[in-house]
Design a protein around this ligand. Structure first.
Ligand SMILES: C[S@@+](CC[C@H](N)C(=O)[O-])C[C@H]1O[C@@H](n2cnc3c(N)ncnc32)[C@H](O)[C@@H]1O
Length: 207
């Protein structure tokens, strides 16, 4: 509840050019979604999508089964407003990701949401929900080990490529990772780690 209030307040009071995390073009996410072997009808979820324009780009590219999930109803409303009529083509879910009902997706995208989970218990809960979604692709962006220790006043869990790969290794095989400096609207840099994982269909079999 506290978490939801925190994010609603932010989205009610500020616009995207006042958020450190805003990207004009979500280049890495877009490129890696394009390069996955998925058809345009694949079910794609953007977890903690906020006001990200990822969804706008995916719609323009012809993806037809898109979901934006965010804990903040205010963020969802602002995204719907920005999209106008196109919003009718998107599924919106206003919930804490840790409360997501059983779901089915092909590709799970998360930039800068997972890293707000800092306790082992919540991290494992997130991974269990991800697992149950059946997603085959995971495109995950977190602050890197050289990234900030906090975001929007909240502590974050920073990851190295090794740490993230190890955390996920039982169910997910790494396709690639990269680090990227994100230039914030205020002219500062935040170092991100992006990784693309593919589900390992059999524990003893590599991807
Ligand atoms: C730093 S912003 C990133 C927004 C977006 N992914 C982007 O790249 O522009 C984090 C987003 O995650 C959402 N969020 C934080 N905790 C969440 C949770 N437990 N469940 C769902 N969304 C959450 C926030 O409301 C916010 O929109």
């Amino acid at each position: 509840m506290e978490r939801q209030k925190h994010w609603n307040k932010i989205y009610q009071e500020k616009d995207p050019d006042q958020f450190s995390w805003t990207e004009q073009i979500p280049e890495v996410s877009l490129e890696w979604i394009r390069k996955s072997d998925l058809p345009k009808s694949a079910a794609i979820i953007d977890v903690g999508g906020g006001e990200s324009k990822l969804i706008d780009f995916l719609l323009k590219e012809g993806y037809t089964n898109l979901t934006v999930l965010d804990i903040s109803e205010a963020a969802i409303q602002k995204t719907k407003k920005r999209l106008g009529k196109m919003a009718e083509k998107v599924n919106f879910i206003a919930t804490d990701i840790l409360q997501l009902e059983p779901s089915a997706y092909d590709l799970w995208h998360d930039r800068a949401t997972f890293h707000f989970l800092v306790s082992d218990q919540e991290i494992q809960q997130y991974l269990s929900i991800l697992d149950q979604s059946g997603a085959r692709h995971l495109v995950l962006g977190t602050f890197s080990e050289n990234g900030p220790e906090k975001c929007s006043g909240l502590p974050v869990q920073r990851y190295s490529e090794e740490a993230l790969t190890k955390l996920l290794h039982e169910k997910w095989g790494k396709i690639k990772c990269t680090t990227k400096d994100h230039l914030t609207p205020f002219g500062t840099n935040q170092n991100f780690l992006f990784c693309h994982f593919k589900r390992i269909s059999n524990k003893n079999q590599s991807i």
